[in-house]
Design a binder for this molecule. Structure first.
Ligand SMILES: [Zn+2]
Length: 145
């Protein structure tokens, strides 16, 4: 078992398990998550979400981004300046469209998440541009003192 610095199991899932997890997905969800598609800008359910919590992988629930790292990028896709744990996100260089883009995927299940660009805000100068479809949102529970 491989464990990330934040204590999550990041052992890659077997293809059979990934197929099982994606069984209930719509064709659009499968297109984005399993075949590196991109949802239309401005339509994602998490674009204007301002609640506190953690965004997890839609497929395998691995925490990907904390709401505290979300910012308004004006691109039409939910954007973050840093991941929950760098080890939870795998980067792949994509030269397919005549320009260099860095694709981001979930380390554990290989789900396509979006792309990362280097024009983000301080302190990281990174902009993780996400498909809402690739994520789930887990609201922070209000702790009683
Ligand atoms: Zn995943």
């Amino acid at each position: 078992m491989t464990t990330s610095s934040t204590g999550h199991d990041i052992t890659p899932l077997k293809p059979e398990r990934i197929a099982q997890l994606s069984e209930g997905f719509t064709p659009e969800e499968k297109h984005v998550i399993l075949h590196q598609g991109t949802e239309r800008p401005g339509c994602g359910v998490f674009l204007d979400n301002k609640q506190k919590g953690v965004y997890t992988c839609r497929l395998c629930n691995l925490p990907l981004f904390d709401s505290g790292a979300k910012f308004e990028s004006g691109t039409g896709w939910p954007s973050f300046f840093q991941p929950y744990d760098k080890q939870h996100i795998r980067e792949l260089v994509d030269d397919a469209h005549g320009m260099r883009r860095v694709e981001i995927r979930c380390t554990r299940c290989d789900a396509h998440l979006g792309h990362v660009f280097d024009d983000g805000p301080a302190p990281t100068s990174l902009r993780y541009c996400l498909n809402s479809v690739s994520m789930k949102f887990v609201p922070a529970t209000t702790k009683t003192p």
